[in-house]
Write a protein that binds this ligand. Structure first.
Ligand code: NAD
Ligand code: LMR
Length: 328
């Protein structure tokens, strides 16, 4: 007998990332090849967006995915999130011409307050929430604060794209395969202040610090390349990353639900106070996932250089939090 279907809500479903994401969820790449899914897709009420969403649903139907039990279109988070087991919050307001960072924070605060409240009211009590829409960490913080009846630990932000970007840079430098790298960390905010940290990593069983022994490369090439990769893609494509972002979302939820087999992965999670990060701040942390839960890897030594980097990205998150405090 087949498993009961899982309900996956996706916002911004007619956008670029949605188009690279939905077909892979429906084919079983996110939750397993034996896991039926129901997709509950949210877009803004705008006629054009709803029409585009219908087109995407037509294409999903035309794939005849055996695992896809049902697809529904929504313009209201209260129906889109009903009984959702997984919620991928991808839709967000992009920065428009002349828009300041604080304006961007404010419009997104409205969106993520409403969506947090809707999740609080109607989603499964075990819903796993991944925020992709930028500013992802602060949007996840807002949604979490707007959903007091749900466990805070169920709200996460996407740092997995940064983790994957860092893996690729390291593999290229070392001349090894990405699959040979373990125990990489990306600390902090999904923004250029993030701190990719390979002090604990190994490459084919050898310490990454000895394989990539060039400190100058770490400080002046690796860290800035990973931090500015999103902007480099926008510059090259004229659009922000979509397929790689969707891929990272699949990786994040896959590992959260099905486990990371003892491996470290990076998730933006509400801090429990570890590493001097104030409780509740959504911060990229090394985690191990098992049985649908994540556990932060604890008690790693933080050297002076790392402390400085970790505090810089924390300070940015504290500023973002303070910028939306009055809206919560
Ligand atoms: P896009 O503009 O192509 O699509 C976004 C979609 O969201 C649009 O169709 C829009 O109508 C919809 N939307 C906007 N507000 C909504 C709301 N309140 N409810 C439901 N839908 C809503 O953008 P995209 O390229 O798909 O990117 C989506 C977001 O992901 C952006 O904020 C982008 O910056 C972010 N992003 C994050 C990462 C990451 O690693 N965390 C990586 C890439 C992109
Ligand atoms: C990315 O990392 O590719 C995106 O977050 C960039 C962006 O600003 O949308």
């Amino acid at each position: 007998m087949s498993k009961p279907a899982m309900r996956v809500a996706v916002t911004g479903a007619a956008g670029q990332i949605g188009y690279a994401l939905l077909f892979r969820i429906a084919s079983g790449e996110m939750l397993g090849k034996d896991q039926p899914v129901i997709l509950q897709l949210l877009e803004i009420p705008d006629e054009k967006a709803q029409k585009a969403l219908k087109g995407v649903i037509m294409e999903l139907e035309d794939c005849a995915f055996p695992l896809l039990q049902e697809v529904t279109a929504h313009s209201d988070p209260m129906t889109a999130f009903k009984d959702a087991d997984v919620a991928l919050l991808v839709g967000a307001r992009p920065r428009g011409p002349g828009m300041e960072r604080k304006d961007l924070l404010a419009v997104n605060a409205q969106i993520f307050t409403a969506q947090g409240k809707a999740l609080n009211a109607v989603a499964s009590r075990n819903v796993k929430v991944l925020v992709v829409g930028n500013p992802a960490n602060t949007n996840a913080y807002i949604a979490m604060k707007s959903a007091p009846d749900l466990p805070a630990r169920n709200f996460t932000a996407m740092l997995r794209l940064d983790h994957n970007r860092a893996l690729s840079q390291m593999a290229a430098k070392a001349g090894s395969a990405v699959g040979d790298i373990e125990k990489l960390i990306v600390w902090g905010n999904h923004s250029p202040t993030m701190y990719p940290d390979y002090r604990y990593a190994s490459i084919a069983g050898k310490p990454a610090t000895s394989v990539l022994s060039d400190d100058d490369w770490n400080r002046n090439t690796f860290i800035p390349t990973v931090g500015k990769r999103g902007a480099a893609i926008i510059d090259a494509r004229g659009l922000s990353s979509a397929a790689s972002a969707a891929n990272a979302a699949i990786d994040h939820v896959h590992d959260w639900v099905l486990g990371s087999n003892g491996k470290w992965v990076t998730m933006g999670v509400p801090s429990d106070g570890s590493y001097g990060i104030p409780e509740g701040i959504i911060y990229g942390m090394p985690v191990i996932t098992k049985n649908g839960e994540y556990a932060i890897v604890k008690d790693l030594d933080i050297d002076a250089f790392s402390r400085e980097r970790m505090d810089a990205t924390l300070n940015e998150l504290l500023e973002e939090r303070d910028g939306v405090k009055h809206l919560l």
